[in-house]
Design a protein around this ligand. Structure first.
Ligand code: GTP
Length: 355
């Protein structure tokens, strides 16, 4: 029942719309699709006729509660004109169902009813209506109300689109503040966020996770001998290299700060962590980045501290970072150009004991 028919002139002035000034040039409604719910054919068609004349792009018509809901779901009109007395379920019921089905959206509902007691108005607004008009209503009054609702609707649409833009801008901003401009890697702030959620995931899934802190060896003397710009190039190169070794989608490389990098490897046990560290060392060795002032190699080398665990309720970002940092300190103290993990050291001791 969604095609409005132009009523014969005899219908004008019947119970739904009172006779009166009907059309004000240029003052109609525009770009609006309306659902009219009324069980009286003549009233419904007259309203549809007036709406069309005033600029509504589409008018859907329903004569009972169920077809009203059906048309609402199907067409998602911009506005609903709703009678209260309908066969079967009434207009209050329809308004409540419409509100439930909107999912945070808002469609203005104007009750258009012959019931004129204060309680009816109260119930109409309570059930989800935004306005209440008593029939017969003058077309000019109806149009004025529709224009007011349209204004609110437009304002709401602008707000919704502005908040979507704002959300996107915020996402871009968050992304920007988590990216290190020199290497393009995620920075320390991003590490803290991602580490937090990966700890939660690993705890939930009872999966081992690995965190590596890596530090370029003798980078001060690299800068001192080759200059700060070459130092920057070197950091960029290492950044690319670390990104290349992170082949699994959830493995992430970070610039932790200065000449320190971090690698987060979810679902990676100790054995996998050491394989990864060896591969990383090999890739760097193959790159043969000259380091004229290093006392461990003629090429750039890296030291790394590794920690691997299945997080429990005591595991947090700080404890993991601290443990990886202590392991890094040990790798440096043991001569650099190596990776160290307390957990793996314990494994080795355990293996020696059981031999
Ligand atoms: N070019 C460049 N150098 C940086 C940057 N950030 C930190 N550095 C330098 O990295 C060097 C780190 O030096 P140290 O902390 O003394 O460590 P190191 O010389 O690498 O010695 P070890 O770590 O003990 O092997 C410092 O000279 C910093 O100035 C950067 O963004 N660009």
């Amino acid at each position: 029942m969604n095609t409005p028919t132009i009523p014969p002139p005899a219908i004008l002035g019947s119970k739904g719309l009172a006779p009166g000034t009907i059309h004000i040039a240029g003052q109609g409604i525009s770009n609006i699709r309306v659902l009219v719910v009324d069980d009286q054919n003549s009233v419904r068609q007259l309203i549809a006729y007036e709406l069309k004349r005033s600029g509504a792009t589409e008018v859907y018509q329903a004569n009972d509660a169920d077809s009203a809901l059906e048309l609402f779901q199907k067409h998602r009109p911009d506005l609903v004109l709703l009678d209260i007395r309908l066969p079967g379920k009434d207009g209050y019921w329809v308004a409540r169902r419409l509100r439930e089905s909107e999912n945070g959206d808002w469609t203005p509902i104007i009750f258009l009813s012959g019931l004129d007691s204060d309680l009816d108005v109260w119930q109409g607004i309570e059930s989800g209506g935004d306005d209440y008009l008593v029939k017969p209503v003058k077309p000019i009054v109806l149009m004025a109300k529709l224009r007011a609702m349209q204004r609110l609707l437009d304002m709401r649409r602008r707000l919704v689109s502005m908040s979507a833009e704002l959300r996107q801008a915020n996402q871009r901003l968050n992304h920007m503040v988590e990216i290190d401009p020199l290497t393009g890697l995620v920075n320390r702030r991003g590490l803290e966020r991602i580490l937090h959620s990966e700890i939660d995931a690993a705890r939930r899934e009872q999966q081992p996770m690995t965190l590596m802190l890596c530090d370029l060896d003798f980078f001060k003397t690299y800068n001192d001998s080759l200059g700060h710009l070459k130092g920057d190039d070197c950091l960029r190169e290492v950044g690319r290299l670390l990104q290349d070794v992170c082949v699994r989608p959830r493995d992430v490389a970070f610039r932790y700060g200065g000449e320190e990098f971090a690698l987060l490897l979810p679902s990676t046990p100790r054995s996998g962590a050491m394989t990864f560290a060896r591969a990383l060392g090999n890739v760097l060795r193959k790159r043969t980045i000259p380091h004229p002032a290093s006392s461990v190699s003629e090429f750039l080398t890296i030291s790394g501290g590794i920690t691997t665990c299945i997080p429990d309720s005591n595991t947090d970002q700080e404890s993991l970072i601290m443990r990886a940092d202590q392991a890094l300190y040990t790798a440096k103290a043991q001569g650099r150009d190596r990776f160290f993990s307390f957990e793996m050291q314990m494994d080795t001791i355990e293996q020696l004991r059981t031999r």
